[in-house]
Design a binder for this molecule. Structure first.
Ligand code: 9WN
Length: 431
């Protein structure tokens, strides 16, 4: 804990640390007690950055434990299941994915077969930047470097479906923003067989019913095709290039170049990859007419209509051209986002018909997405935006606790209590 914290900040810091302690299983951190009992990939990246400020040893173990679920082809699964729990502790559990039938999956641990936003190299570099013992930290990076390189290598080889340099998600869960209104059109275009795929009683508020059937049906398609890259490229009905996912990919490629330098490896391929993504983001996902980034549906090669906070993801690109940065700041501060929300940044354009202030990833404000936009704003010296997000995020947790998500107008807490990334990223913000 930093010595310069005020009394109030110290109390908040200690409360956040208590959440992380309670959610630590001995090897990793669960996203929240009860609802999410396994380890999730982008959660682990966020959580490790918070643990770095509190329990450095656990920050390293968090990432190592996640990478213990990595497949031989580099795929880093979005869930690594805790094998000591009942198989129905969470739906969809290991029996839906059947990773154990895949030759590339690790032995002894069951996982999902899809990915999450690849934030891990960025997180590993942040761990290094905040390390007290640099030698130990360097040794940790040396150990993790091949796994991080393999993770980005998998994405470049198996998820660059159109050869543009951008990676595609093949399931809404891969975006981390499960029921974002951005996915309504591609999900609506699926020709779902007349079968109920998901249990009717999924233990959560949203999303349920038909959406959940679509999610589970997509998993069965991926699983039955053995998660094969050729199937993903040529046949799978859901393939979307998302600006936020690609921005995290770009930021991690830059971070990996820095890590390569620290561990004595070659940084050039990672920088080249980041530059390719930079150009492809501008060419494929920037909509100059409306001044925002949008996701592209690869199955009909059209940009998707709804503007969500994923549009601000490319602020994570340190080379984003100044006029585009200005456009994004105008959009962020307008009545469509922060201008109308007392607690920005809402997940969806407030003026869009799909906006739903309580609807999970369809309107509420989340600590992790605020952190990403804050982090990008700091790198671009956007002091007004960075200060706004820093202040409003801390106000949210002071008012409502470390909730899963929040009402963007009045800050009411929603979803799970004691949510790990909400606590972890507050530790990172407080520094
Ligand atoms: C599906 C764990 C995860 C987060 C996602 C969030 C939610 C799972 C679910 O929980 O997804 O992977 O059951 O809805 O959308 O971002 O990583 O916290």
């Amino acid at each position: 804990m930093s010595a310069r914290l005020t009394g109030d900040e110290t109390a908040l810091w200690q409360a956040a640390a208590r959440v992380l302690d309670a959610n630590w299983t001995g090897a990793a951190t669960v996203p929240s007690p009860g609802l999410y009992p396994h380890q999730w990939s982008w959660d682990a990246a966020f959580v490790s950055m918070g643990l770095a400020r509190h329990r450095r040893d656990r920050a390293e173990r968090e990432l190592l434990s996640l990478f213990g679920g990595q497949w031989a082809d580099g795929l880093l699964p979005h869930i690594v299941f805790n094998g000591t729990l009942a198989r129905d502790a969470y739906f969809p559990g290991p029996d839906l994915w059947h990773s154990e039938r895949q030759g590339a999956a690790p032995n002894g641990v069951r996982t999902s077969g899809i990915v999450h936003p690849p934030l891990h190299a960025l997180a590993a570099l942040r761990l290094h930047e905040t390390a007290a013992d640099i030698e130990r930290s360097r040794a940790f990076l040396r150990r993790l470097y091949p796994a991080l390189a393999a993770q980005l290598g998998y994405l470049a080889t198996c998820r660059d479906l159109d050869g543009s340099g951008l990676v595609a998600i093949c399931h809404p869960w891969e975006s981390g923003l499960d029921n974002s209104p951005a996915w309504d059109r591609p999900l609506g275009a699926l020709r779902l067989p007349p079968t109920a795929y998901a249990p009717r009683r999924v233990p959560r508020a949203l999303p349920t019913g038909e959406d959940y059937d679509r999610y589970v049906w997509l998993v069965t398609l991926l699983r039955d095709a053995g998660y094969a890259p050729s199937y993903l490229r040529d046949e799978h009905p859901f393939a979307v290039q998302d600006p936020l996912v690609n921005a995290t990919y770009l930021a991690s490629a830059h971070a990996l170049a820095e890590i390569a330098e620290i561990v004595g490896a070659d940084p050039v391929p990672h920088r080249e990859r980041a530059h390719r993504v930079h150009y492809a983001l501008l060419e494929r996902l920037w909509d100059g007419e409306t001044g925002c980034f949008r996701a592209r549906d690869l199955r009909d090669d059209r940009l998707l209509p709804v503007v969500t906070l994923a549009s601000f993801g490319p602020l994570l690109d340190p080379e984003l051209p100044a006029p585009i940065v200005r456009n994004l700041v105008d959009l962020l501060l307008s009545a469509r986002f922060a201008g109308a929300a007392g607690y920005p940044v809402p997940t969806c354009d407030i003026q869009a018909p799909a906006f739903d202030r309580g609807g999970y990833w369809r309107g509420p404000t989340w600590v992790n997405t605020n952190w990403l936009i804050w982090f990008g704003s700091v790198a671009h010296d956007l002091t007004v935006v960075a200060d706004l997000l820093y202040g409003s995020t801390l106000r949210l947790v002071r008012q409502s606790g470390f909730r899963e998500y929040f009402d963007p107008f009045d800050g009411t807490g929603r979803g799970s209590h004691d949510y790990s990334w909400s606590a972890a990223l507050v530790l990172d913000l407080l520094g």
